[in-house]
Design a protein around this ligand. Structure first.
Ligand code: G6P
Ligand code: ZN
Length: 541
C-alpha cells in the first residue's frame, strides 16, 4: 500500500527560497508529505528520474530525508543520491545535481534561520540546472498543495543514511555519497591551491567560523586538510541539529564571536563565516568589516587573478537592493551588469544563458556559474586567492578599491517580527503616495524618483512585480524597502540605505554616520518608528 489519502493544508506557499516553517509545523501529520508530493506532481512526477537529496543537518532533517526517500521510491524514482547522514551544503547539492546530471534535487534547510524543535525547518526544490526552482514551478507547487488528495510512500524500514554506497529501496536505488569530496575537488579546479598552501605556510592566520552548521566538515577538509592551515582555523566546525543554539547567519550581529576576535587586538589576518546551509558568507580582515555589496564588487574587480576566471567575466548580476558598487566595476571593465529581484533563483537564467559569471546579493550571498546557488566557501576562497595574488591585506584592498571606484556607503536595517498587518499597511500607504514623492525635500535631500521594482527576465520574458519600493534622491543616494520573503514569524521589514561618495575625500566614514541623513529622510517619508513603535532596528548589517 503506497497510496495515502490526504487533504490540502493551508499556507504551503514557497517564499524567497523554498517552503520555510516552524519545525513543529513540518512535523505535523502529512505536512511534509503533502508538500513533497505536491512538488513531485508539479514537476511532472518522478518516474525514472534521479534526484539529489541532503540538507544542513538541522533538527528533523534525517527523519525528513527518510520520508522523502520512501516517497521518491513510491513515486517511481530510479535513484536518489543522498549525502551521508542526510548532509549536503546547498552549493554542494547544486554541484552534485549538475555533475551527476540529476533531474533535480531536494534541499532540507531553512538556511540562516535557527534550527531545533522550536525553530525553523525548510524544504526547497532545485531544478536540473542545480538552481532553485523558478517561480513558474514554485507557483505550480503551491497550486498543487491546494488540491492534493493523496501522496505515495513506500511501506519500508528507514533507509541506512550512514553507510556509503548503493542499497535498494523498493525498485529505487539509494546512493549514499561523501558530502564533501566532490565539492572540495571542484574548489581545487577553480582556485590556485598551491599559492594558497604557500600563504598558510608563511604564517598567514585565518579564522573560519562555521557556526555549528554545515560548512564545518567542508571547511576542515579544504582549509586544514588540503591547504595546510593550522588545526583550529575552523571554529564551531561540527554541524549540530540546533546549531549549538547559534543563529547561523553570518552577519556582525549573529557572528559576534568572530567579530569580536577580528576587531580585537592580535586579530587574525582574515576572518570569514558562513550560514546554516553554507551558501552565505561574511568577510572580515583584521579590524575590517567588508559589507557584502563591497565584497561582491571586489570579487568582480579581481576575479581575473583567480585561475577559474583568468579569461575574464561574461558579465555580472546583483539583486536590486544590493549597492551599485559592482556596477562601477562592471562599467570600468566593460561588462554587462543586470539588476534582478531579491532571490538567487533570478540569476539562474542569466548564468544558464552565459550572460553572467558572477552574482551577488546584499544578504551575504555571492557566487558564480560554477554552481547555481550562492556559495559561502567559494567566496572565502575567492578572497583568499585574491589576497594571495595581490599580497595585500583586506584593509589595503578595500582602501584601494574605494580610491579607484568611489565608495557606496551601505547598510541594511531590519525590523523583525512586526505584526504582518501593520507592516503591510505601512507599505500599502507608501505605495499609494509613491507617485507624489518626486520633488519632496526632506533632511536636505530631494526625492528624484520613486517606484516599485518590477523585473522582466531578459532570457525568458517572465515578469516579477512588486519586488520592493525604491526612493532615489538627487546625487545618487537611495533607500529601498521590502518585506522579507524568508521569515517565519510576522513580517520583517528590510530597509536598504545607500549613498555614493566619489572620493578622493570622504571615503573612510562610519557607514551609519555617512547614511544618517538618509536614515532620517526615510523616517520622515515612511514613519517606521512612528508606526511600529520600534526605537531602532533589530539587526544592522
Ligand atoms: C535567501 C535567498 C537569497 C535572498 C535572501 C533574502 O537567502 O537564497 O537569494 O537574497 O533569501 O531574502 P529575504 O526575502 O529574507 O530578504
Ligand atoms: Zn543559506
Amino acid at each position: 500500500m503506497t497510496r495515502h489519502a490526504t487533504q490540502p493544508i493551508d499556507g504551503q506557499k514557497p517564499g524567497t527560497s523554498g517552503l520555510r516553517k516552524k519545525t513543529r509545523v513540518f512535523m505535523q501529520p502529512n505536512y511534509l508529505e503533502n508538500f513533497v508530493q505536491s512538488t513531485v506532481d508539479a514537476i511532472g512526477g518522478l518516474r525514472g528520474k534521479t534526484l539529489v537529496l541532503g540538507g544542513d543537518g538541522r533538527y528533523f532533517g534525517r527523519e525528513a530525508a527518510s520520508t522523502i526517500l520512501k516517497m521518491a521510491a513510491a513515486n517511481g524514482a530510479a535513484r536518489v543520491i543522498v549525502g551521508q547522514g542526510a548532509l549536503l551544503s546547498t552549493p554542494a547539492a547544486s554541484n552534485l545535481i549538475r555533475q551527476r546530471q540529476a533531474d533535480g534535487g531536494i534541499i532540507l534547510s531553512a538556511s540562516h534561520n535557527p534550527g531545533g524543535p522550536d525553530e525553523d525547518f525548510g524544504v526547497k526544490y532545485n531544478s536540473a540546472n542545480g538552481g532553485p526552482a523558478p517561480e513558474s514551478i514554485t507557483s505550480a507547487i503551491h497550486k498543487r498543495t491546494q488540491e492534493i488528495s493523496e501522496y505515495h510512500l513506500l511501506d519500508a524500514a528507514d533507509p541506512d543514511l550512514d553507510s556509503l554506497g548503493e542499497t535498494p529501496l523498493g525498485e529505487m536505488t539509494v546512493e549514499v555519497v561523501d558530502p564533501v569530496s566532490a565539492y572540495a575537488d571542484l574548489m581545487e579546479m577553480i582556485f590556485d591551491f598551491n599559492a594558497l598552501r604557500d600563504v598558510f605556510k608563511s604564517g598567514f592566520r585565518m579564522r573560519m567560523d562555521s557556526m555549528c552548521a554545515i560548512t564545518g566538515p567542508y571547511a576542515v577538509e579544504i582549509f586544514e586538510n588540503r591547504l595546510g592551515a593550522p588545526a583550529g582555523t575552523v571554529t564551531h566546525g561540527t554541524p549540530l541539529p540546533d546549531f549549538g543554539g547559534m543563529h547561523p547567519d553570518p552577519n556582525p550581529t549573529w557572528a559576534h564571536e568572530l567579530m569580536d576576535e577580528m576587531m580585537g587586538e592580535d586579530a587574525p589576518d582574515f576572518g570569514a563565516a558562513s550560514d546554516g546551509d553554507g551558501d552565505r558568507n561574511m568577510i572580515l580582515g583584521a579590524g575590517t568589516y567588508v559589507s557584502p555589496s563591497d565584497s561582491f564588487a571586489v570579487l568582480a574587480a579581481n576575479a581575473h587573478l583567480v585561475p577559474g576566471y583568468k579569461d575574464g567575466l561574461k558579465g555580472v548580476a546583483r539583486s536590486m537592493p544590493t549597492s551599485a558598487a559592482a556596477d562601477r566595476v562592471a562599467e570600468a571593465l566593460g561588462l554587462d551588469c543586470y539588476e534582478t529581484p531579491t532571490g538567487w533563483k533570478f540569476f539562474g537564467n542569466l548564468m544558464d544563458a552565459g550572460r553572467v559569471s558572477l552574482c551577488g546579493e546584499e544578504s551575504f550571498g555571492t557566487g558564480s556559474d560554477h554552481v547555481r546557488e550562492k556559495d559561502g566557501l567559494w567566496a572565502v576562497l575567492m578572497w583568499l586567492n585574491i589576497l594571495a595574488a595581490r599580497k595585500m591585506s583586506v584593509a589595503e584592498i578595500m582602501a584601494d578599491h574605494f580610491a579607484r571606484y568611489g565608495r557606496n556607503y551601505y547598510s541594511r536595517h531590519d525590523y523583525e517580527a512586526l505584526p504582518t498587518e501593520q507592516a503591510e499597511a505601512m507599505l500599502g500607504d507608501l505605495r499609494s503616495r509613491l507617485g507624489e514623492l518626486k520633488g519632496t525635500q526632506v533632511e536636505g535631500l530631494t526625492v528624484e524618483s520613486s517606484d516599485e521594482f518590477s523585473y522582466t527576465d531578459p532570457v525568458d520574458g517572465s515578469v516579477a512585480e512588486g519586488q520592493g519600493f525604491r526612493i532615489l534622491f538627487e546625487g545618487g543616494s537611495r533607500v529601498v524597502l521590502r518585506l522579507s520573503g524568508t521569515g517565519t514569524e510576522g513580517a520583517t521589514l528590510r530597509v536598504y540605505l545607500e549613498r555614493y561618495a566619489p572620493g578622493p575625500d570622504g571615503l573612510d566614514h562610519d557607514p551609519q554616520e555617512a547614511l544618517s541623513p538618509i536614515i532620517r529622510a526615510t523616517e520622515a517619508l515612511v514613519g517606521i518608528r512612528e508606526r511600529t513603535g520600534r526605537e531602532k532596528p533589530d539587526v544592522i548589517t
